[in-house]
Design a protein around this ligand. Structure first.
Ligand SMILES: *Cc1c(COP(=O)(O)O)cnc(C)c1O
Length: 391
């Protein structure tokens, strides 16, 4: 993956002159910084970025430039990258399972915040990390619906277990915090409310002062035309509920979004390889490439189709099944998508809002997946695009 230094006005501007045969990701630093500012200005606490959503260095550099000063890291490679790009940034090592070698790596880099959800991992940290000035955040989970898929399936202690862990971490001399992740692409803000009230219960049962409450990632990105995320309403709810639940013992808040910070700043441009029997569309990228997440989180219908000269196809939408380029029969999008009736072979299909869990997880399976990255000044949302392209 190479990043060209040409700055295109928009994806259509590039398509007019290039007509790429391979998939192309269009990255807009301006959009990324705008998303960062939305979080920094709106969230009532410290905003950190979950590196795994998109660890591209251009992403990290633009977030740092926008003022993001903390990062959720999960591995030595992620820690080394942040330590190099932002030596003064806070690193929160919130992968609750780590080998002893990984813990020593974190200690050597000066990491001061770790999350845990099990007794054995807390004991391990107790042996390897000097407790003084170090935060242990106990991650708990609830059977809460509202997200695209359940993050509690792998990590998170039950409330009973969390109570034990908070007590023990306090006895070991750590600064005790709590964290949770409501599940990725969580479109129901009430999930945060339930979690925050439970955090206050854990604090009150244990009598331990909770330093910080990390309300996770999970903030949704804009995937469906009809469902526009209301971030500021969610921020306001988190602020109000934290006051209600904790009163005078209100902990400082942290959030660690991945998806909602980075998704909007990338669009994926794929090419139509074939339209078979007027029903099945074959694209040059699919679930083994930049669209890998659609199986788990659901389809993105914010698409536009461009003809050979960057002209936008305007026909009425026709529902079609979409396949990727590999020979694997699972390389198919989970639901049909509506494509303009005048779409033709070799047209380009732009998927908006694809910056998270796309480049980070793409494979080269079957010899496909050679995605290049181009920089654009702006990524126009579908509603606004018509005027922009025909202006
Ligand atoms: C993946 C992850 C995040 C980011 O989740 P999003 O749904 O992308 O916002 C935050 N915290 C932890 C611990 C994670 O594993």
């Amino acid at each position: 993956m190479g990043l060209s230094k040409t700055l295109w006005a928009s994806p259509a501007d590039y398509l007019r002159t290039h007509s790429p045969e391979h998939p192309v990701m269009f990255f807009s630093p301006e959009t990324l910084q705008a998303c960062a500012h939305e979080f920094l200005q709106g969230f009532p606490g410290l905003v950190t970025y979950a590196v795994k959503a998109n660890p591209d260095e251009e992403v990290l550099e633009n977030l740092i430039a926008a003022g993001i000063s903390g990062f959720d890291v999960a591995s030595p490679v992620e820690m080394d990258t942040i330590a190099r790009l932002a030596p003064h940034a806070a690193m929160h090592y919130n992968n609750p399972v780590r080998s002893r070698t990984e813990i020593k790596h974190a200690v050597a880099l000066g990491v001061k915040s770790y999350s845990i959800d099990s007794h054995s991992e807390l004991v391990k940290l107790g042996e390897l990390v000097p407790a003084d000035g170090v935060e242990i955040a106990v991650r708990f989970k609830l059977p809460v619906a509202g997200a695209a898929y359940n993050f509690g399936a792998k990590f998170g202690a039950t409330v009973e277990k969390a109570i034990e862990l908070v007590t023990l971490a306090d006895q070991l001399g750590f600064d005790v915090s709590l964290n949770f992740h409501p599940g990725t692409q969580c479109t129901d803000p009430k999930a945060w409310e339930t979690y925050i009230f439970t955090a206050a219960e854990i604090a009150s049962v244990t009598g331990v002062r909770i330093h910080r409450l990390n309300v996770g990632g999970g903030f949704p990105s804009h995937r469906l035309n009809e469902v526009v995320p209301q971030l500021s309403a969610t921020f306001a709810l988190i602020d109000r509920v934290t006051d209600d639940a904790f009163g005078d013992a209100r902990p400082a808040l942290i959030c660690e979004p991945g998806r909602a910070l980075v998704a909007e700043s990338y669009s994926l441009v794929t090419r139509v390889k074939a339209i078979r029997d007027d029903a099945h569309v074959f694209l040059n990228d699919g679930v083994y490439g930049g669209l890998s997440e659609l199986h788990l989180v659901g389809v993105i219908d914010r698409i536009q189709v461009f003809g050979p000269y960057g002209n936008r196809r305007q026909g009425d939408p026709v529902a079609r099944t979409v396949f990727g380029p590999t020979c694997d029969s699972t390389d198919k999008l989970p639901t049909e998508l509506g494509f303009p009736s005048d779409m033709e072979e070799e047209d380009h299909v732009v998927f908006y809002g694809l910056g998270a869990y796309s480049l980070a997880t793409a494979t080269r399976f079957n010899g496909f997946g050679d995605i290049t990255v181009e920089t654009v000044q702006r990524l126009v949302k579908p509603e606004a695009a018509r005027q922009a392209i025909y202006a």
